[in-house]
Write a protein that binds this ligand. Structure first.
Ligand SMILES: NC(=O)c1ccc[n+]([C@@H]2O[C@H](COP(=O)([O-])OP(=O)(O)OC[C@H]3O[C@@H](n4cnc5c(N)ncnc54)[C@H](OP(=O)(O)O)[C@@H]3O)[C@@H](O)[C@H]2O)c1
Length: 305
């Protein structure tokens, strides 16, 4: 019997006792991370496990790959463009993971292309023989109003940022279901606040709903599904945002999130301590969204003033 099937979570079955979740994670269907009760872990709770982080050739994805590797995971590094001299990002992430003593292999594929996703999961499975964590981080979208979206823009938006993630999960599910696993999606504040020229926000909102859907649909297979909604992070994408919304240059530094801060929460969601969190989106924005109403209130200072 699938050890997860009755309880709906990889962590909730097994012993049937209160400490079941941790003992299951800790003793690990992996190579053993020595878990303890009450959600505590030894810091290497992903030892013997394998994580695929889409879009980990740079930016937030790279920080996530490194955080998971520090917790013991071997990493399938992934990017859209080929990993070669002109696009060294994948190899740089790979080298950084290997420097932590973990295994890392680089895979290339456009998640908007279903056959690429099929080949990606097939290759990851062949290379590592298992998959425990899938982080849906890759995203790519035009920055323009919906009124100006060309048909090819709209199709790329949906193919990459909605269907691409769906294909990844469909192909990853048989692997994740073998021993139970985690899906973590990277969302943005665009899922809940309107941003001019940011149609990606529509996809983020849809994806947060899909994360809830997966949490229920995939629970019987022992797969948890959650999301992290990041605030503003200074990655390559920020360079484009800066051109569109010059104001964000003046955002107080304290409201800018570091990639590592997003990565820490992704790591938490894969940890024994998050065993009861399902279908949720955790906002990691240094409080930015708490303050978004202020600029439109009469007489109130705008952010950064
Ligand atoms: N930066 C922010 O302020 C911010 C805020 C909230 C949420 N986020 C979210 O965080 C995630 C990462 O953002 P980021 O700023 O780190 O992005 P980034 O620096 O632009 O990196 C994007 C990554 O995704 C890959 N990628 C893009 N399109 C792809 C496709 N069609 N197929 C496969 N891989 C693809 C890229 O591969 P290549 O290197 O090969 O191009 C790269 O590894 C995204 O989901 C983004 O929406 C970002």
């Amino acid at each position: 019997m699938n050890p997860m099937s009755d309880a709906g979570s990889r962590n909730d079955s097994g012993s049937g006792s209160d400490t079941g979740p941790e003992s299951d994670m800790g003793s690990g269907r992996g190579t053993g991370a020595g878990g303890s009760g009450g959600g505590a872990h030894d810091g290497a709770f992903l030892r013997g496990r394998v994580a695929l982080v889409t879009g980990s050739s740079r930016g937030i994805g790279r920080a996530i790959a490194l955080a998971l590797a520090r917790a013991g995971a071997d990493i399938a590094v992934h990017g859209r463009r080929g990993a070669d001299a002109s696009n060294p990002g994948g190899q740089e992430t790979q080298a950084a993971v290997r420097a932590l003593g973990r295994r890392a292999e680089v895979f290339q594929g456009d998640i908007a292309v279903k056959s690429d996703v099929e080949a990606l999961l097939e290759s990851v499975g062949q290379a590592f023989g298992r998959l425990d964590v899938l982080v849906l981080n890759a995203a790519r979208a035009p920055f323009k109003s919906t009124e100006r979206l060309l048909e090819r823009d709209a199709r790329q938006l949906i193919d990459t940022n909605l269907l691409g993630n769906l294909w990844c999960v469909q192909r990853a599910t048989p692997w994740l279901a073998k021993q139970g696993g985690d899906i973590v999606y990277i969302s943005s504040l665009g899922s809940r606040f309107m941003n001019p020229d940011y149609p990606l926000g529509v996809m983020k909102a849809a994806m947060e709903a899909l994360v809830r859907q997966w949490a229920e649909e995939l629970a019987p297979k022992g797969i948890r599904s959650n999301a992290v909604c990041a605030g503003l992070v200074k990655t390559d994408a920020f360079k484009t945002m800066r051109l569109l919304w010059p104001g964000i240059e003046h955002l107080p530094a304290d409201l800018v999130v570091a990639p590592e801060e997003v990565a820490d929460v992704v790591l938490f969601l894969t940890s024994p301590g998050a065993r009861a969190i399902r279908g949720q989106t955790l906002v990691v924005d240094r409080g930015l969204s708490n303050r978004l109403i202020r600029p439109v209130l009469p007489g109130s200072a705008a952010l950064g003033e």
